[in-house]
Ligand binder design. Structure first.
Ligand code: PMP
Length: 380
């Protein structure tokens, strides 16, 4: 049996999600905007999913917009807010460890639209200091963006503290949080986060790829990227993918009741992994020991390039990532921003556990890493 330890890249869709997708493809296949019974049924299924995502974020369902995924949500959040709020205020403050779906739109605004961008670097452990954000944000800032859990290292960012300062002192500045790696893992209450926009993705939470959702606080004006039929209250035109959205809602309902049990299990598995890794002197753990998600562990294997180790593990049917799946082997900007030397960054492995990961699977992983190190280091 394969050992899947790449859950931060994507997760296996759960049975309730797959059934809901199927049901909405073969039975309830109407267009939710149609006025007949089949359309109404699709609209009801859409609305049920919206309520489920809203319940998980503790917000009004009216604040939830469905899109094709977190990449689209993050692009909409960045471009859609500066269109309205960035006319006179031309400064953006963002963490230096954002996912490319946040970092790239902001880089575009910097290079093509003349925005001033301040990127806040993390500590060696990967955490952003609240004070650095406080120092950087001023009355010219239209957008502040900080993710909740980093996808490469699992570091948990002090988003609530940063955003509460921003909203208290600069209420017109929009606060945006990419919560993709935190959603359905850590409890997220939209109001307590002081976020104007929160972004989540379906396929990271046992739903299907190609669906995401964004919470937009009432009163925040986000301009749409897509214009057309005016679906999703005009923020995202295009017929909603009801099957994928219904699957997303079903996955969230299935995971909700056991979130905290799953979190404790993940903590136990991570502690077990770290204890085993600590015995190997050629391993450096890049994830911080505190304020870190139990679901993600990043470590480097001395002298063995990430991809070489990744493929060695793959030959044993153990699946992990080098850095993040999105960087596709390119140098990790996250580890570099943390001040991790290139040699270590080049040998980084990300292990992202899931709800079904067992200690037995961790044993298989660590044994394979040991075997890999011995044979690969010898072969050099
Ligand atoms: N943000 C983060 C933190 C992510 O990990 C990912 C997925 N790698 C995304 C955004 C993009 O999500 P999606 O695949 O739904 O576009």
């Amino acid at each position: 049996m394969a050992v899947y330890l790449d859950n931060a890249a994507t997760t296996r869709p759960c049975e309730p999600a797959v059934s809901a997708v199927f049901q909405n493809m073969v039975e309830d296949y109407g267009n939710p905007s149609s006025l007949h019974a089949l359309g109404l049924k699709a609209e009801q299924n859409l609305s049920e999913a919206r309520k489920s995502i809203a319940a998980a974020l503790v917000c009004d369902p009216q604040c939830i917009t469905f899109t094709s995924g977190a990449t689209e949500c993050n692009n909409t959040a960045v471009f859609g807010t500066v269109k309205n709020y960035g006319k006179r205020k031309k400064k953006i403050v963002v963490s230096a460890i954002e996912h490319p779906s946040v970092a790239e739109p902001i880089k575009y605004l910097e290079e093509k639209e003349g925005f001033e961008v301040v990127r806040i670097k993390p500590s060696r452990g990967g955490e952003i200091a609240v004070e650095d954000f406080i120092d950087a944000v001023d009355e010219n800032t239209c957008l502040v963006s900080c993710m909740l859990v980093n996808n490469e290292t699992g570091s948990i960012q002090p988003v609530r503290k940063i955003f509460s300062y921003v909203k208290r002192n600069f209420p017109e500045c929009v606060t945006h949080c990419d919560a993709v790696q935190a959603f359905m893992k850590l409890p997220i209450k939209s109001a307590e986060l002081f976020a104007d926009i929160i972004v989540v993705s379906g396929h990271k939470v046992h739903a299907v790829k190609g669906v995401g959702a964004m919470y937009v606080r009432k009163g925040i004006r986000v301009a749409p990227l897509l214009m057309g039929g005016g679906q999703e209250k005009g923020l995202r035109s295009g017929t909603e993918s009801v099957p994928l959205i219904a699957g997303f809602g079903a996955a969230v309902r299935a995971l909700m009741p056991t979130m905290s049990v799953a979190y404790s299990n993940a903590e136990e598995i991570k502690a077990y992994l770290l204890k085993k890794l600590a015995k190997l002197d050629y391993i450096t753990v890049n994830s911080a020991s505190e304020n870190s998600s139990p679901y993600i562990t990043n470590f480097s294997v001395k002298g063995i390039r990430s991809e070489i180790m990744l493929h060695f593990l793959e030959s044993k049917e153990i699946y992990v990532s080098s850095g993040s799946a999105c960087s596709k082997g390119a140098h990790s900007s996250v580890l570099t921003a943390m001040g991790i030397p290139d040699k270590l960054a080049d040998s980084a492995i990300r292990v992202s556990i899931g709800r079904t990961t067992t200690k037995g699977e961790i044993d298989l992983l660590v044994n394979a890493v040991q075997e890999g190190y011995q044979s690969l280091a010898k072969a050099k």
